[in-house]
Write a protein that binds this ligand. Structure first.
Ligand code: GRF
Length: 221
């Protein structure tokens, strides 16, 4: 089985990276990690990559005069490692249109909300302030606009009485760790395909996905 070569971009803790490391360790998983790159030297994810014996590189954005030269270095490292698909796993740098277009349809991101609700930062605080009954996470293809792009997979979690941003974040994070490996598998095995509609919109079609048509109610009935 040819496995899709992925590069993972991180900036911090790397718990989603760990979920992908664990998934890629399974012999039947259709992707392999060929590079982990962090823009922050203190990212714990770099330690996780090294412990797993994976190639890891720190490319500190502060060492570069501008975004363009930082991204050129990042792009060079990814290309040299033979990366075919980038996974953004808690990567906290805005990417320029140049980089995004260069990796068009070859870069996916995880975001801790049910997009298109609550793009950007402080998602859990904003979800709680809005009083939504469900939150969750989304894996999507990256486009120039932040947290936009064709949605591959989502996980919904209930907002529970007494939740604060921390408890909600922990519930969403546990769902992220299930969702990211699933979404990556769908892309790597070719079952998730971007379909361009006549109106110019883009959607992802999933071949042979198991879905339950039942509603999930919160509060339950
Ligand atoms: C996750 O919540 C992810 O959705 C967001 O940043 C967080 C990264 O956490 N983009 P980790 O570094 O994967 O633990």
């Amino acid at each position: 089985m040819a496995r899709l070569k992925i590069g993972i971009l991180i900036s911090g803790r790397g718990s989603n990276l760990q979920a992908l490391i664990d998934a890629c360790a399974r012999p039947d998983y259709p992707a392999e990690i060929v590079l982990v790159a962090s823009n922050r030297p203190d990212a714990f994810g770099i330690e996780r990559a090294r412990q797993a014996g994976l190639p890891a590189v720190v490319i500190p954005h502060r060492d570069f005069a501008d975004r363009a030269s930082f991204e050129a270095a990042l792009d060079g490292a990814l290309s040299q490692a033979g990366v075919e698909l980038i996974c953004n796993a808690g990567f906290l740098r805005l990417l320029t249109p140049w980089f995004v277009e260069r990796w068009h349809d070859r870069q996916i991101n995880i975001h801790p909300s049910l997009l298109p609700a609550f793009p950007g930062l402080h998602t859990h605080e904003r979800a709680l302030a809005a009083g939504v009954r469900f939150s969750g996470c989304t894996v999507h293809f990256v486009r120039v606009a932040m947290d936009e792009g064709p949605i591959i997979a989502q996980a919904a979690v209930p907002v529970l009485p007494g939740d604060d941003a921390e408890t909600l974040a922990a519930r969403v994070l546990a769902a992220e760790h299930r969702l990211f490996p699933l979404a990556l598998r769908l892309v790597a095995e070719g079952s998730a395909r971007i379909v361009r509609a006549a109106d110019g919109g883009e959607r992802v079609e999933i071949a042979g996905a198991a879905v339950s048509p039942d509603a999930i109610l919160n509060p339950a009935d």
